[in-house]
Design a protein around this ligand. Sequence first.
Ligand code: SF4
Ligand code: SF4
Length: 291
Amino acid sequence: MLTAHKALWWESLDEAQVICKLCPRHCRIGKDTYGFCGVRKNIDGELYTLAYGYPVALQADPIEKKPLLEFMPGSRVFSLGTFGCNLGCVFCQNDQLSRGHYDEARQYDYFSPARIVELALMHGCKSVACTYNEPTVFAEYAIDIAKEAAKNKLAFVLVSNACITLEAAADLFPHADAANFDMKGFSENFYAEMTNSHLRPVLDAIKYFYSLGKHVELTNLVIPGKNDDDNMIHAYLDWVEQELDPTVPLHFSAYHPACKCNIPPTAATTLRHIRDTAHERGFDHVYLGNI
Ligand code: SF4
Ligand code: SF4
């Protein structure tokens, strides 16, 4: 049987309902039901996480695969993910995990934070990454893994959609050494139509992480006709220039049809055009992926 772990960042609304304050979705969750992410559950009027200790994907990867191209290059990172995500991207490239659920009647192997770090060391990794699904939804576990990693002189990395409240980010982000954040598309309309969420809190969280002096890289999955418009790319570059810094590594990756999205794949020429546009504006740390 899976053992639920008491969650952080929530409040009782009344005897039955709780409100989760981990991400800006602020789900109101009734007894015996789950939040949008599918891994946080109201049990007897208290919020629990089912994801703590139960990764469903574990692997040692080159750090470049995250992608982090300017952080500890050439090293290996021990990567883990659970079920669950707080966004509903119609193009999700990993929906088996993001929309997956724990079957509470099933037995899952438990991996304590110390065990995760032990495995990272066994595999010759220099860092641990919370990745694959969305680390925000297992933030309690991520924090404890980060603490254990620090004790063992391993770096800790997030690969995240940055959809997290600043309250929870203040507890999680200081433990991370680096992050690759998704920039899904630089408009509120894109976020609403394609991800079932909002852009503004994502920008606030990325700015906060950057303000802590951490290493940031950003990844934009380019979807033809949706987020590849020149105006949108320029608005994104303006924001990076003004709020972060033009030396922040920017990744533009090709999308492939997945999940509920059957738009044809991104042409390599589109990605090269975006890279040229960024170069012309003085952005020198621009990388193309999936081509
Ligand atoms: S973390 Fe999950 S339960 Fe909490 S507000 Fe976000 S989607 Fe809802
Ligand atoms: S944030 Fe990532 S994992 Fe979550 S639904 Fe979107 S693409 Fe999938």
